[in-house]
Design a protein around this ligand. Structure first.
Ligand code: PRX
Length: 637
């Protein structure tokens, strides 16, 4: 494939940027022309951030799987589309060429159809990182069903909330999943989730771990048996469903500052164009490159840069089932050498955790296939950036620090590997087509350089969210109402003397723990489910490996004899309600929380205490009971 829109020099970057601002419709129309459309769009863009309505390529008809699979068959049929590395280094790997992946997607699309799934239906996918997860995602897209992947670490309660919100009648799962030395009982978690979801008609279960599971007659079927039925039908084709550019492609739940996760909605046309465009430009994809994105497909990074971006570009996408530290901290480097990985895209938290093991695990690896390194998910500290550059990139690989969000669909701010300059710990410049700006608390634009503010985007880009599922008003209030006519990211940001952006972290009540987004209100709600808890307040604090840790202040009324036991119990409750990723790192028992006279918890003060900046608490005189602050500060963990 050739990519006429691939930017290859700083001059081209500047020219593309100018064009994208002066003639956005021309700019995106040209890029979109490189894809396969059943029918061309009538209008490139219609938008109004007030409502918000955002329509890209309206009237265009397509199916994203024809762009990710069918159109490559003649030229790349025998090229690996997905290489899969098992959690267990001894288990044989799996390679699916574009032709094989196409066949498997068609087959599973027919399984979905045989099981009653129709265009527009929501399908929840709760699986480990096996190729069938990508196959299930693409099979949904093939028939126009809306996939909603839920990360395999979420609890039954979280799944049930998501199923109810999306009104998903179909679930695809595995008997279990492998991660490091753990086995995750996926089907059993689904069974618990479905106790509250009787509307679910069908659960399709893939065999992975061979753990015993209970199958409910009439509801649960085995993936393998359903495939055999399709084979018995003579493996019919499954012509891709014709989708409108603005039809929903998927829902992905993410945390916000309120208690309930939001179902971010992405649509077919714009998301396809944007993930491909950003993939090709940021990583400077060259035909034949092996792309290793270490994320899980349960997060947006996996959707955009394991599945849709690489496959729409005809790349070879490496999918890894396990974790970086198992069976030892050299696992990533083994994989890089084994498959001659050209692009490695991971999270700062993984880099920091591997740094902690010293250089021994890196030794003995050549790593000389690597051309580009990437990071995503959270700010990268300079120490980790330099370690990555020196030890992994051997100072010859550009590092792309890619800033984006579930809502943005793809990377918005990043250097382009080897094309535009990198700067440690800076995402640097917006991609052409992206118009960021900084605003102060009053919504006034902060102009010039060497400034800071809240990061907003003032013009639409094709990969942006369109709504939050089932609640458009929530989308408006969350993203488009804080500042008039702007998309508000929730992030704070600096702009240096040369106009490079450095994202400093969330300015709302959202935490970023090991690159995972978790709402403080969500964790508080979970803690408060524990019978002994009267009230709680959760804040983030700097954590060497996770970036941010979770600090919970809890008023506890249970049998208080054994604090350690009470902590354990509360932690269990959080795991049960949300999942292990939301477990508090510290739980401090307090007798009261700092509140204003109107009853609002002053998180600012708690944050300072958690951060250990007790001398910087600021004005506490407006508190209902200022003495509680001293007590909390003294008891800090
Ligand atoms: O705070 C920013 C941080 O991650 C948030 C988005 O989280 P999520 O929707 O889960 O998507 C993560 C993967 C795209 C952002 O609001 N973030 C993401 N990338 C960076 C980052 N912070 C700093 N630098 C980054 N490169």
């Amino acid at each position: 494939m050739s990519f006429p829109y691939q930017i290859k020099s700083v001059d081209q970057y500047k020219a593309a940027y100018d064009k994208s601002v002066n003639d956005p419709e021309g700019f995106w129309g040209e890029i979109a022309s490189s894809f396969y459309w059943r029918k061309k769009w009538d209008k490139v863009l219609e938008w109004d951030f007030k409502k918000p309505t955002i329509k890209w390529f309206a009237g265009g008809k397509l199916n994203i799987t024809e762009n990710c699979l069918d159109r490559h068959l003649n030229t790349l049929g025998n090229t690996p589309a997905i290489i899969w590395e098992s959690n267990d280094p001894e288990e044989p790997n799996r390679v699916l060429t574009y032709r094989e992946l196409h066949a498997k997607v068609v087959q599973f699309a027919n399984v979905l159809k045989n099981n009653g799934v129709q265009k527009g239906d929501r399908v929840c996918i709760y699986m480990g990182m096996v190729p069938e997860l990508a196959i299930a995602v693409l099979a949904c897209a093939r028939i126009g069903a809306i996939h909603s992947v839920v990360f395999g670490g979420f609890s039954a309660q979280s799944i049930s909330d998501r199923l109810q919100d999306a009104k998903a009648e179909f679930v695809v799962t595995c008997d279990g999943g492998f991660r490091g030395n753990k086995e995750i009982p996926l089907k059993s978690v689904i069974d618990d989730a479905l106790v509250q979801c009787h509307f679910v008609k069908r659960v399709i279960v893939l065999t992975r771990t061979r753990t015993q599971v209970s199958m409910i007659e009439g509801r649960d079927v085995w993936w393998e048996e359903e495939i055999r039925k399709v084979e018995a039908q003579g493996n019919p084709d499954c012509v891709a469903e014709e989708m409108d550019a603005e039809d929903m492609l998927f829902i992905l739940y993410t945390s916000g500052s309120t208690g309930k996760p939001k179902g971010v909605v992405h649509t077919c046309g714009g998301y396809m164009v944007y993930t491909n465009y950003s993939f090709v430009n940021v990583f400077q994809y060259q035909p034949g490159d092996v792309h290793f994105c270490t994320a899980d497909i349960g997060w947006i990074t996996g959707h955009s840069y394991i599945v849709y971006g690489p496959l729409s570009a005809g790349a070879t996408s490496l999918m890894f089932e396990g974790i970086p530290t198992w069976p030892n901290a050299g696992r990533f480097w083994d994989i890089v050498d084994k498959y001659k990985v050209n692009v490695l895209y991971t999270a700062p938290t993984a880099i920091r955790s591997l740094m902690g093991f010293g250089l021994d695990p890196v030794k003995g690896h050549s790593l000389d296939s690597v051309k580009v390194l990437g990071t995503v998910g959270e700010p990268i500290n300079e120490e980790a950036w330099h370690w990555y550059d020196e030890q992994i990139g051997k100072k010859k690989c550009p590092i792309v620090d890619t800033w984006w969000q579930t809502e943005t669909g793809g990377i918005l701010i990043s250097n382009l590997a080897g094309v535009t300059p990198a700067k440690p710990a800076h995402a640097t410049l917006p991609l052409p087509g992206v118009q960021p700006l900084l605003v102060d608390e009053n919504g006034k634009e902060v102009t010039g350089n060497s400034v800071s503010g809240n990061l907003c985007i003032k013009f639409p880009w094709p990969g942006m969210l369109r709504t939050t599922y089932g609640d458009h008003e929530r989308c408006r209030v969350n993203y488009f109402a804080t500042y008039e006519n702007l998309y508000f990211t929730g992030d704070g940001c600096l702009r240096d003397e040369n106009g490079n952006y450095r994202i400093t972290g969330r300015v709302d009540d959202v935490l970023n723990v090991s690159g995972h987004r978790i709402g403080t209100a969500e964790v508080e709600n979970a803690i408060n489910m524990h019978a002994g808890v009267v009230e709680s307040a959760v804040v983030g604090y700097p954590h060497d490996i996770k970036g941010q840790g979770i600090y919970a202040f809890v008023i506890y009324q249970g049998t208080h004899g054994d604090d350690a036991l009470a902590r354990q119990d509360i932690t269990k409750t959080v795991s049960k309600i949300i999942g292990a990723i939301a477990k508090p790192d510290k739980i401090q028992f307090v007798s009261g929380l700092p509140k204003t006279r109107s009853g609002k918890i002053m998180r600012r003060i708690l944050r300072k205490i958690a951060e250990g900046e007790i001398d910087k608490l600021g004005d506490t005189t407006t508190l209902l009971d200022p003495s509680v602050v001293d007590e909390i500060a003294k008891g800090r963990l």
